[in-house]
Design a protein around this ligand. Structure first.
Ligand code: SAM
Ligand code: DTB
Ligand code: SF4
Length: 335
């Protein structure tokens, strides 16, 4: 003993050895302490007033072979959604240009596929390289990939691949039965091997327990590399989906528990961009302010997510004014 005090671990350090009990214990902390610590960690890594604006586009809508119990686009449920085929690259690039001109820094292309088919790769490569050439950060979410497909997407200029774990491993079987947790982890591994960044998070408010929410964040924080981007979605209840119906009957998640989830995400993945994703429609400015304080630093902008509504531009402009926020422009690794 040299007489010096034991050093407290740095709360902003990236750790991969989180236990599930430790993550759950963060949720149990007094709310004020939890949010204060998350805000401190956030400031060590990011400008707390800078929020990245991302815009989504559904490039292929509906008719999906998976049975994700929350999703408007699954062919297993009657949600009244009209299915459509893969959009032409030119039309997607035009939408991306409009998004950029409207202030978006990142453009995410979503397709309602269980897995990507090789026949669609040439069109997707044209689409991705065209969006990238506009100077936007690119992200796509196209279902499961093979290692070779991941490499082709990377070569086309895709920066991020979104593939969510959605919930903790224990609750997964209540959410989807047409794929396994391991299927998701495998695709994420191929994405990393191809040299792309991972965008991986989940949905809260699907009837899961706090332990399940901790399980999701534990799974993310113990992956070989933390997700570079971590979307936290609040369930958008869609009529006709099993989970949308269940939540309409049983009531939505307590918003304070949502803020806790954002704060714990910030603490266990301190270097990740935490995205306040689906579910902002209907959230007050005050609730969103708490989420930003707790460490969220990105939102989706534009009046539509993939198939559901999102706050309109003027509403978000008012939010940015009220909270003195400024758009975050993400650093570009290479051109
Ligand atoms: N088919 C691909 C997949 O599942 O990976 C990409 C599209 S999927 C719609 C992208 C993500 O959106 C899902 O993983 C889920 O986390 C989120 N999502 C879908 N429907 C939602 C809803 N009703 N509320 C909240 N998040 C939702
Ligand atoms: C993510 O985690 N959330 C976004 C994005 N990744 C692709 C999608 C939200 C979709 C919400 C439901 C809908 O609009 O269909
Ligand atoms: Fe298909 Fe994705 Fe919807 Fe699941 S979340 S049904 S994989 S579009």
């Amino acid at each position: 003993m040299d007489g010096s005090l034991p050093r407290r671990p740095d709360p902003a350090a990236v750790r991969h050895d989180w236990t599930l009990d430790e993550v759950e214990a963060l949720f149990e902390r007094p709310f004020m302490d939890l949010v204060f610590e998350a805000a401190q960690v956030h400031r060590r890594r990011f400008d707390p007033s800078a929020i990245q604006k991302a815009q989504l586009l559904s490039v292929k809508t509906g008719g999906c072979a998976e049975n994700c119990g929350y999703c408007s686009q699954s062919a297993s449920f009657d949600t009244g959604l009209k299915a459509s085929k893969l959009m032409d690259a030119e039309a997607v690039i035009a939408e991306a240009k409009a998004a950029r001109d409207g202030g978006a820094d990142r453009f995410c292309m979503g397709a309602a596929w269980r897995e990507l088919k090789d026949r669609d790769l040439p069109k997707l490569a044209t689409m991705i390289s065209g969006v990238k050439a506009l100077g936007l950060e690119t992200c796509a979410t196209l279902g499961m990939l093979t290692p070779a497909q991941a490499a082709e997407l990377k070569a086309a200029g895709l920066d991020f691949y979104n593939h969510n774990l959605d919930t903790g491993p224990e609750y997964y079987g209540e959410v989807v039965t047409t794929r396994t947790y391991q299927d998701r982890l495998d695709t994420l591994e191929y994405v990393r091997q191809a040299g792309m960044k991972t965008c991986c998070g989940g949905i809260v408010g699907m009837g899961e327990t706090r332990r399940d929410r901790a399980g999701l964040l534990h799974a993310l924080a113990t992956m070989p590399a933390h997700p570079d981007s971590l979307p936290v979605n609040a369930l958008v209840p869609v009529a006709g989906t099993p989970l949308g119906e269940k939540i309409s009957r049983e009531g939505e998640l307590d918003p304070i528990e949502f803020v806790r989830t954002v704060a714990v995400a910030r603490l266990v993945c301190p270097a990740s961009v935490v995205r306040l994703s689906a579910g902002r429609e209907g959230m007050t400015q005050e609730l969103q302010a708490l989420c930003f304080l707790a460490g969220a630093n990105s939102i989706f902008v534009g009046g539509r997510l993939l198939t559901t509504p999102n706050p309109e531009e003027d509403e978000d402009a008012a939010l940015f004014r009220a909270l003195d926020l400024k758009p975050m422009i993400a650093p570009r690794a290479e051109v």
